[in-house]
Design a protein. Structure first.
Length: 466
């Protein structure tokens, strides 16, 4: 085994230590904040052909797991844990994925596979490098277990808030990245681009529009996290607009998402705008905070519409951007290449009798072909059953109008939309934290303590610690 460090090691560790101090010794919020540094690794481990870049969030999560195992379990959580069936579905998916990673490359040796690191139609063979994604999957499942069974509601709320803060911080870096590309100011790319398993794309222009990726490997990865964070922030904003911090984060993340020029990001943004419009125009017994939120939201929307419709230069840029991102997307080489990756993944799934070539072996452009190529129908159905069980609670009638619960459900819907369109992986800490929070609500809604899921006005004492 060989261990090496990167230029990002010291500054990211110092940042993690500072955040741990601010979080008063709680590791999970720090891990979610640090998850935005996807292109950076603080420690690199190599075992032959297996090369793992340990991102700062996973290093923090190791300490979180160790602290949970060595410490006492938080009290009063008996009514605040997921149902056993929910966790068993997810555990079955992880177990099957692990078994497929170890056995399927031997069982289906020689089957053509496609992976950006290897190329198209490469004969499948066993190698340690295939276990890279298994490492991240197991760490992600550890996040779920820690969050679902060993974390208090206050710390979960803080973790969601800190993830949003981390994405807002990354959006601010993306804004500086844009300024540096226009002015020549230095951008510390070596701090963010230090993972041996991924390469960080530099900022560039597409049809004259600047495309930023901030602290992420690429603009599409940045858009994914920004979509989830924007969903959480938007839902909260629609309940209370009297927080300057909340408004600032909303604007920063929105600007950061626009700068990614990501088709998937913009599709999800349209979805969030529809959700916001529905929440805006649906009659409800809003508090004064909710009414203020409506007013704050209406002003920028009307200004944007006026600029798009009334200013020729803005209108022309908007039409050109629409063609670049959505209307003419199918004719681009990027779309055709991604489609080819998806078709190759479906061929691998069929060649393995729909059992999959093994978790982490194949990679397509979106999650559905990726999961079918890797774990086939058994793994895909297990994951789908788990996800539907989480979302089913949203369709059940309930008197609970939960600010936290509603935000989590909207964020999960944004995650699902991203996965279906173009996100090929689920190894992101925020996804598994959302799984844990939603599983708690879905499994024990009748027995939940009311304080952490009440309206925003009653959450202020809880969020004061977050």
């Amino acid at each position: 085994m060989h261990v090496s460090f990167t230029p990002s090691t010291l500054p990211l560790l110092l940042l993690a230590i500072y955040l741990w101090y601010r979080a008063k010794g709680q590791f999970l919020p720090v891990a979610l904040f640090m998850s935005v540094f996807q292109a950076a690794s603080v420690v690199n481990l190599s075992f032959g052909s297996l090369l793992i870049g340990v991102q700062p969030t996973y290093l923090v999560l190791v300490f979180a797991v160790l602290s949970r195992l060595s410490g006492r379990r938080p009290g009063n959580l008996n009514a605040w844990i997921p149902s056993l069936n929910t966790t068993l579905l997810l555990a079955a998916f992880v177990v099957y994925s692990t078994a497929s990673a170890l056995l399927h490359p031997l069982l289906f040796a020689g089957v053509p596979i496609s992976n950006p690191k290897l190329g198209f139609g490469i004969p499948l063979q066993w190698e340690l490098g295939h276990l890279n994604q298994l490492f991240y999957l197991l760490l992600s499942f550890a996040i779920y277990l820690v969050a679902a069974y060993w974390t208090s509601p206050a710390e979960l709320t803080k973790s969601l808030n800190w993830f949003v803060a981390g994405v807002a911080f990354s959006s601010l870096i993306g804004l500086y990245q844009y300024i540096s590309s226009k002015t020549g100011l230095p951008f510390p790319r070596e701090i963010f681009d230090s993972s041996p398993t991924y390469s960080m794309f530099t900022a560039y222009e597409i049809d004259g529009f600047p495309r930023m990726n901030a602290t992420f490997t690429e603009a599409a990865a940045a858009a994914f996290s920004m979509n989830v964070a924007l969903a959480l922030t938007l839902w909260r904003f629609l309940h209370r607009a009297d927080s300057v911090r909340n408004v600032t984060r909303l604007l920063l993340i929105f600007i950061g998402l626009l700068l990614t020029i990501s088709t998937t990001g913009y599709i999800c943004l349209i979805f969030l705008l529809l959700v916001g419009a529905y929440r805006y125009f649906t009659p409800s017994k809003d508090s004064a905070d909710g009414q203020i939120a409506r007013l704050f939201l209406a002003v920028p929307v009307f200004l944007a519409l006026f600029a798009v419709l009334g200013v020729p230069a803005v209108r022309d840029s908007f039409v050109r951007l629409s063609h670049t991102i959505l209307l003419d997307k199918t004719s681009t080489s990027s779309y055709q290449t991604r489609t080819e990756w998806n078709h190759a993944a479906f061929r691998t799934a069929a060649d393995t009798y729909w059992l999959g070539a093994g978790w982490g072996v194949c990679r397509a452009s979106s999650f559905v072909p990726t999961i079918l190529a890797n774990v086939g129908l058994p793994g895909g159905l297990l994951f789908l059953a788990f996800y539907l069980k989480l979302l089913w609670a949203a369709l059940r009638p309930s008197p609970i109008k939960a600010q936290v619960y509603g935000a989590v459900l909207i964020a999960l819907a944004a995650v699902l939309l991203d996965l279906v369109v173009s996100a090929p992986e689920v190894a992101h800490p925020i996804i598994w934290l959302l799984f844990a929070v939603a599983a708690k609500f879905a499994g024990n809604r009748a027995a939940l303590p009311m304080k952490p899921i009440s309206a925003y006005a009653q959450l202020r004492s809880l969020q004061a610690t977050a």
